[in-house]
Ligand binder design. Structure first.
Ligand code: SF4
Length: 310
C-alpha cells in the first residue's frame, strides 16, 4: 500500500517545453494533440483539468493504490487531470498517430491539420487517401518530417483498410467494437504500424480500458522510476505498467506521464537534479540512471549497479 503526500499544483512556466527548446523547434504546443494535453481531448472526469483535484471519481477505483505504478498514476492524476478517452474516428486517429511517429506534437499537428484540410472529413478518409497523389500527400504532411515514408505508410494503410473492411466507417466500427487483443494484432499487421500506434488507436478511438501506450516519455520515466526493469524495451514496459495499473487509470496515466515527461522528468535535465523538492514524484522514484551528486544522467539501461544507484 502506498500513501501519497500532497503534491503541488501543476507548474505552468517551468521549462514546460524544455525538450522542444533543446531540439530547436517551436516552443508552443498545439491546443489539440495526440498526447491528450491540457486541451488535448478526452473527457475530464472530475474537473481537475490541470488543477490537482483529489477524491473519488465515478468510474475510477478509489482507495489506496495497490502498487507503486498505481500510486504514480494517482499522483499524476492529481497534478494534471483524470480523463477518459475514446470517440475519435478510428482511421483519422490511425493517420494522426502515424504522423506523430518520431516527432513532436508541435510538428505533427500542423501536418494532421493540413492533411484533413485537403483530404477530410474523417468520413471516407481512407478512400481519398488511397486515391491521393503520393507526392501531393507527402508535400501536405511535410511538417511532420519523414514525409516520404509517412505518406507511403498512410497510403498503404488506407488501401489496406479499404481492402480489409470495405470502408472507413467499417474500420472505425471495428476499432470500437472488435476484441481489443485482436484489433491490436490486426493493426500491428499493417506495415509501419508499431505497438505505440496500435495502442493509441485503441485508446483514443476505441476508448479501451487497460491500454497504456508507451512512447519515449513513458519508456524513459517508467524505467527511471523503477516501475519496469532498467533494460526493458517498450513492450516490456507496457506489460509491466498494464499489469500494475487498473484499466480505468491507464488512459490518463499515459497522457499525464507524457505531460510530466515534458515538464519535470525530461530526458536530459530531470527536475530532481535541482533537489528533491523540485519533483513531486521524488518519494515514489528510484531515480535509476540519475546521479544527483554529480548531476549526470544516463539511460537506465546503461546503469550496471541499479541497487546502489540512489
Ligand atoms: S525524481 Fe527525478 S527521475 Fe524521478 S520522476 Fe522525478 S525528475 Fe524523474
Amino acid at each position: 500500500m502506498y500513501v501519497l503526500r500532497r503534491f503541488p499544483p501543476r507548474r505552468t512556466t517551468r521549462s514546460f517545453y524544455r525538450d522542444a527548446d533543446e531540439a530547436g523547434s517551436m516552443p508552443e504546443e498545439p491546443a489539440e494533440n495526440i498526447s491528450g494535453g491540457v486541451e488535448g481531448g478526452g473527457r475530464d472526469l472530475d474537473g481537475s483539468d490541470g488543477g490537482g483535484a483529489e477524491g473519488a471519481v465515478e468510474g475510477i477505483p478509489s482507495g489506496a493504490p495497490a502498487t507503486r505504478a498505481e500510486a504514480v498514476v494517482d499522483a499524476l492524476g492529481g497534478i494534471y487531470w483524470r480523463k477518459a478517452y475514446g470517440g475519435q474516428d478510428g482511421f483519422e486517429c490511425l493517420v494522426r498517430t502515424i504522423l506523430s511517429q518520431n516527432t513532436s506534437d508541435v510538428a505533427s499537428q500542423p501536418a494532421h491539420d493540413s492533411l484533413m484540410d485537403r483530404y477530410g472529413p474523417a468520413s471516407g478518409l481512407a478512400g481519398r487517401l488511397a486515391d491521393a497523389d503520393r507526392e501531393e500527400l507527402a508535400e501536405t504532411i511535410a511538417s511532420a518530417g519523414l514525409y516520404n515514408r509517412k505518406s507511403k505508410v498512410i497510403q498503404d494503410a488506407a488501401t489496406w483498410a479499404l481492402a480489409e473492411f470495405g470502408s472507413t466507417a467499417a474500420f472505425d466500427e471495428y476499432v470500437v467494437e472488435g476484441d481489443p487483443a485482436e484489433v491490436r494484432e490486426t493493426l500491428l499487421s499493417v506495415s509501419g504500424v508499431g505497438p505505440k500506434t496500435a495502442d493509441c488507436v485503441l485508446l483514443f478511438a476505441g476508448g479501451r480500458g487497460g491500454v497504456f501506450p508507451v512512447d519515449t516519455h513513458v519508456h524513459r520515466i517508467a524505467r527511471r522510476m523503477g516501475l519496469a526493469p532498467p533494460d526493458a524495451d517498450h513492450e516490456a514496459v507496457r506489460e509491466a505498467i498494464e499489469a500494475d495499473v487498473p484499466p480505468e487509470k491507464c488512459g490518463f496515466g499515459h497522457t499525464a506521464t507524457i505531460q510530466f515527461g515534458r515538464e519535470y522528468c525530461t530526458a536530459r535535465a530531470p527536475a530532481c537534479l535541482e533537489g528533491p523538492e523540485a519533483c513531486p514524484l521524488y518519494d515514489l522514484c528510484d531515480r535509476v540512471g540519475i546521479d544527483e551528486a554529480d548531476g549526470t544522467v544516463v539511460d537506465p539501461a546503461d546503469v550496471t549497479d541499479v541497487a546502489g544507484d540512489d
